[in-house]
Unconditional design. Structure first.
Length: 461
C-alpha cells in the first residue's frame, strides 16, 4: 500500500496517469525458478535476493536497448541505437525493522548509444527516453525520495522526485508501451521538470476520490543534484484530482491536473532581434531543443537580427491545465489485467512562456488479447501538439516554417518473451511542426512526414 500511494502521487502530478490504477510492483514469493519463468534474469542470487526482500530491500537493474530507423522524411534518413540502464533501490522501513510507514526509493538512469532527435525533424521527441538523463550519454539521479504514510488514506513525500515514473494502465509506460513523448505525457505541461527537488501530499477521502498536490523546484533536472540551488527561481505547484468511475460495470478514472509556476521565464513575445538569445537560452523539459536549428536559419538568411537591440521580455508566471481519462472498454471479470482500454487527454497553457498552447492524445490499448499470449500488450495512439501563436512569429511568417501543430501516430506490439525479457516493435508517422529545414548547401527545403520504425528490447536483471 505504501508504494502504491507513493507511485500514485508522483504520477498524478502530471495528470497523465491515475492513482486509482497505479499499482506497486508486487514482490514475488521468490526470484528463483527456471530461466523461462523467473521474474529476473539473474534469479534469486543464491537466496540473497529473497532474503533482502523479506527485510524490505529490493535492488533492480533494467536495461532498454532501442534501435530506431528513419525510413523516409525528416531531415535525413538515419538510424540509431539509443539505450537506458536504470538501477532502482527500494527500502521498506517497517520490514527493515526501523519504523512503520516509511519508504525510500533511489533511482539512477544511464544512457548509451546515439539518438535521432535532430534527424527526425520533429519538435516533440519521438522517443521520450532520448531525454533521459539528457540528450547526450550520461548518468543522472532521477529519484531520491522518502514517503511516509501517516494514515491509511494520507501520505506525504519529500526528495528528488521523478515526475514521469511509468505506471500507467493504458499509456504512459515508455518501458513497454508508446515511445513518443506526446503519448506518454500531456505536452501542455512542457514547463514541468522531469526530475526535481520537492515535496507533496496525497489524500484519499473515499475509495473513488484521490487528491494530490506537490511543490517542485521549477528549474530541476535529472543531472542537477545540488539541493542548495533548489527553489532559487521560484516554485512549480501542481494539484490533481482523480475520480474512479465504472460505466456499464467497466472500471476507469477521470483526472484533472493544474500547474502554476512563479519562475521568471523568458516571454515568447520578443523583438525579432532577441529571437536568437531567447532560443539559445530557454529550454523546455518535454521538448526537443529547437533553438540551434532555428538560429542556423536566422544566421543564414537574417544575420543582422543576431545583434539584440531590446531588453528581453519576461513573464512572471505560467500555468497549464490537463483533463484526461483512462477507461476499460472490455474486460473479463475473472482477470484483473486482461482487457481493452482507451485513453484521452486534452491540455491547455497560457501560451506566453510555454510554447505549447494546446495538446491532445487519444488511443486504444489491449492487454492479453491475443490467444496464447496472456502477457502481451499492443496499442495505437494519436497525438496533436499545437504551438502558441507567440512562438517565433517572425521566423514562422518570414520563412514559412509552419510551427503551428505537430501530429504523431504510433503503433506498437509488446512481446512478453519471458517475465524478464520483452521485445517491442513499433511504427511512428510524424507530421513535423516545422515544415522546412536547411539542406547541405544552406538552402531551405521542405520537410516531409517522418516514418520511423523501432524495436525496444527490455531486459530485467
Amino acid at each position: 500500500m505504501k508504494t502504491t500511494i507513493r507511485l500514485a502521487v508522483l504520477l498524478t502530478a502530471l495528470g497523465s496517469l491515475s492513482p486509482a490504477l497505479a499499482m506497486s510492483e508486487a514482490i514475488p514469493a521468490t526470484w528463483g525458478g527456471d530461466l523461462a519463468s523467473r521474474p529476473r534474469l539473474t534469479g534469486d542470487w543464491g537466496g540473497l535476493r529473497d532474503d533482502m526482500a523479506k527485510k524490505g530491500v529490493t535492488l533492480d537493474m533494467d536495461v532498454y536497448w532501442m534501435p530506431q530507423w528513419i525510413t523516409s522524411g525528416g531531415r535525413k534518413t538515419d538510424n540509431s541505437d539509443w539505450g537506458n540502464a536504470v538501477v532502482t533501490l527500494n527500502v521498506d522501513t517497517q520490514k527493515a525493522g526501523l519504523w512503520s510507514g516509511g519508504h525510500f526509493k533511489v533511482q539512477t538512469v544511464t544512457s548509451f548509444g546515439d539518438q535521432l532527435l535532430r534527424q527526425s525533424g520533429a519538435m516533440v521527441p519521438a522517443n521520450i527516453s532520448w531525454m533521459l538523463p539528457t540528450v547526450t550519454t550520461d548518468t543522472g539521479l532521477q529519484e531520491f525520495t522518502y514517503t511516509h504514510m501517516f494514515k491509511p488514506n494520507f501520505a506525504m513525500f519529500v526528495g528528488k522526485i521523478n515526475s514521469i515514473a511509468p505506471t500507467g494502465q493504458f499509456h504512459g509506460d515508455y518501458r513497454t508501451g508508446f515511445q513518443n513523448t506526446s503519448l506518454n505525457l500531456p505536452l501542455a505541461m512542457a514547463m514541468v521538470p522531469l526530475s526535481a527537488y520537492g515535496a507533496g501530499a496525497l489524500y484519499v477521502p473515499s475509495h473513488d476520490v484521490t487528491l494530490a498536490a506537490m511543490v517542485l523546484d521549477p528549474s530541476g533536472t535529472i543531472m542537477d543534484d545540488d539541493i542548495d540551488n533548489a527553489f532559487d527561481d521560484g516554485v512549480m505547484v501542481l494539484a490533481n484530482a482523480d475520480l474512479k468511475v465504472k460505466p456499464f460495470g467497466l472500471p476507469g478514472h477521470q483526472n484533472l491536473t493544474l500547474a502554476w509556476s512563479n519562475k521568471e521565464h523568458l516571454s515568447l513575445d520578443q523583438d525579432p532581434s532577441n529571437i536568437a538569445r531567447h532560443l539559445l537560452t530557454q529550454r523546455f523539459p518535454l521538448l526537443a531543443n529547437p533553438g540551434p536549428h532555428l538560429v542556423e536559419i536566422l544566421t543564414r538568411f537574417a544575420p543582422g537580427l543576431l545583434i539584440p537591440v531590446q531588453p528581453l521580455n519576461k513573464e512572471n508566471e505560467t500555468w497549464a491545465a490537463v483533463y484526461s481519462f483512462e477507461q476499460y472498454l472490455w474486460k473479463p471479470e475473472a482477470d484483473s489485467r486482461r482487457g481493452l482500454g482507451g485513453f484521452f487527454s486534452a491540455g491547455a497553457s497560457d501560451g506566453k512562456a510555454n510554447p505549447i498552447k494546446y495538446s491532445y492524445s487519444l488511443g486504444v490499448t489491449g492487454k492479453g488479447m491475443v490467444s496464447g499470449r496472456p502477457h502481451d500488450d499492443f496499442g495505437i495512439g494519436w497525438s496533436r501538439t499545437e504551438f502558441s501563436d507567440k512562438f517565433v512569429p517572425f521566423l514562422r511568417n518570414t520563412f514559412d516554417l509552419g510551427l503551428d501543430k505537430e501530429d504523431a501516430l504510433e503503433l506498437y506490439y509488446n512481446f512478453a518473451v519471458t517475465p524478464w525479457l520483452a521485445v517491442t516493435p513499433s511504427y511512428q508517422l510524424i507530421s513535423p511542426a516545422m515544415n522546412k529545414t536547411l539542406d547541405a548547401a544552406g538552402n531551405l527545403r521542405n520537410l516531409h512526414n517522418t516514418q520511423m520504425f523501432g524495436v525496444r528490447v527490455g531486459l530485467r536483471f
